[in-house]
Design a protein around this ligand. Structure first.
Ligand code: HC3
Length: 404
């Protein structure tokens, strides 16, 4: 089922009261999504640290640009890969769960580690909650066989006006070793549709920019049902040489369609280059260590008791198990304050400047790093990763072989 196909499904009668109280409570809501209290039936057992995996569920598409010698085609393949991630990022939960649910709010230091193994070799994932206030998740995804590295971090700022509107802060950076090329990717704002009916789904707003250090930029514009296109999850993209956004003659590729179904990429002569079908593209399953072999900071181990309680629909146990995690976190923060120490992030570090991204941001209209909203700029720290000790069991060997 694609995102939102459940649209119009009424809230089950036993949940109607809690849903309307929830709607009333969020009408005055502004800011931090983690402070939102949602009714039991809309709680997810998945933490936001797991969402980083959505960037690479089709590793073949992520690594494809690394094997394309033509710079324009390479930038187009980066656009294709990015568009292919949208359904995973923003609609896959509707498919699995029937509607968008409220994810678990990660604690500081929470980790999600895994790998995809397929014809492209091993593609590794490290995701870490690097800040709790504001909530910020950082991730690194890399494939040494193809020399492809993606890293990024994100936070969300929410406001309420008829529905929940979310501004994403942070960015992603894709690096292709062979061409020593970087692509800055901005994150689109979004809002929640069908909130009133109790079958929420995500619709994307405004634009994403993908700025390549090879001189090509892609701009993707989003629209939904209430817009001129009238189509749900619609997208329209152009790829052009830097600085020529307004010049229609300069467009090298266009992409049109929907991110939950089909989009087509055409060249400047309007010849179809490729058609992508989001429903048919095969995914590679992510391998995660069995829970008993995970580190206590790993998300599925840390949240297991909460997740079990949610699955059983036991709200009292859900609440008390969440309190156990929250109190442990409070005690840790207290201890750190007393020792004048800061929590040591296991895989990422805060940096003052990230020149590669700053330079590429110059080609994003109105774009900036917004480091003040993400508790700093976060980068994957190879030194930390190399020294990361088991029990990061599934990954310890791969981490030693780190990036390059
Ligand atoms: C807004 C959101 C949490 C944040 C999710 C983000 C932005 C996280 C980073 C990923 O890379 C992309 C992504 C996808 C979906 C975003 C979620 C959709 C809904 C969720 C809200 C906190 C839930 C609102 C509650 C309810 C009941 C309406 O679903």
């Amino acid at each position: 089922m694609a995102g939102g196909e459940q649209e119009g499904v009424a809230v089950p009668s036993q949940n109607k009261g809690s849903w309307s109280s929830f709607l009333k409570s969020i009408a005055s809501f502004n800011g931090d999504l983690s402070s939102m209290t949602a009714p039991a039936f809309i709680l997810s057992t998945t933490s936001l640290t797991e969402f980083s995996a959505y960037w690479s569920e089709m590793p073949g598409l992520l690594v494809a640009p690394a094997n394309e010698p033509d710079p324009q085609k390479r930038a187009m393949l980066v656009l294709k890969w990015f568009l292919s991630t949208l359904k995973q990022q923003y609609a896959s939960r509707n498919e699995k769960l029937g509607s968008e649910k409220k994810p678990l709010n990660p604690f500081l230091g929470e980790l999600f580690l895994g790998k995809w193994e397929d014809a492209e070799g091993e593609t590794q994932l490290v995701s870490e909650q690097v800040s709790h206030h504001p909530p910020v998740t950082a991730y690194s995804i890399w494939n040494n066989k193809h020399g492809v590295r993606l890293q990024g971090y994100n936070a969300q700022k929410a406001t309420f006006s008829r529905t929940i509107h979310v501004k994403q802060v942070g960015h992603a950076l894709l690096h292709l070793d062979k061409y020593n090329e970087d692509y800055l990717i901005t994150l689109p704002p979004l809002h929640i549709e069908s909130l009133i009916t109790g079958s929420p789904y995500v619709e994307l707003n405004k634009s994403t920019y993908i700025v390549g250090s090879n001189g090509y930029t892609s701009r993707i514009d989003y629209s939904g049902k209430g817009w001129v296109s009238g189509t749900k999850n619609a997208l329209s993209a152009i790829m052009y040489p830097h600085g020529q956004e307004k010049d229609k003659q300069a467009v090298i590729y266009t992409a049109d369609g929907t991110w939950t179904d089909t989009f087509t990429i055409k060249d400047a002569k309007k010849n179809t280059v490729l058609t992508y079908n989001a429903k048919r593209e095969p995914k590679t399953p992510l391998t995660v260590a069995p829970i008993d072999q995970q580190d206590p900071l790993e998300t599925r181990r840390a949240w297991k008791r909460v997740a079990d309680a949610i699955m059983k629909g036991d709200m009292s146990a859900t609440g008390s198990e969440k309190t156990v995690i929250e109190e442990r976190q409070r005690a840790l923060r207290k201890q750190e304050a007393a020792e004048k120490k800061e929590w040591e992030r296991r895989f990422f570090s805060r940096v003052d400047r990230l020149p590669v991204s700053e330079k590429l941001f110059k080609d994003v209209p109105g774009g900036s790093m917004d480091a003040d909203q993400t508790g700093g700029i976060w980068v994957f720290d190879q030194e930390k990763a190399r020294n990361a000790r088991p029990p990061f069991s599934a990954l310890s060997e791969q981490l030693k072989n780190g990036w390059k």
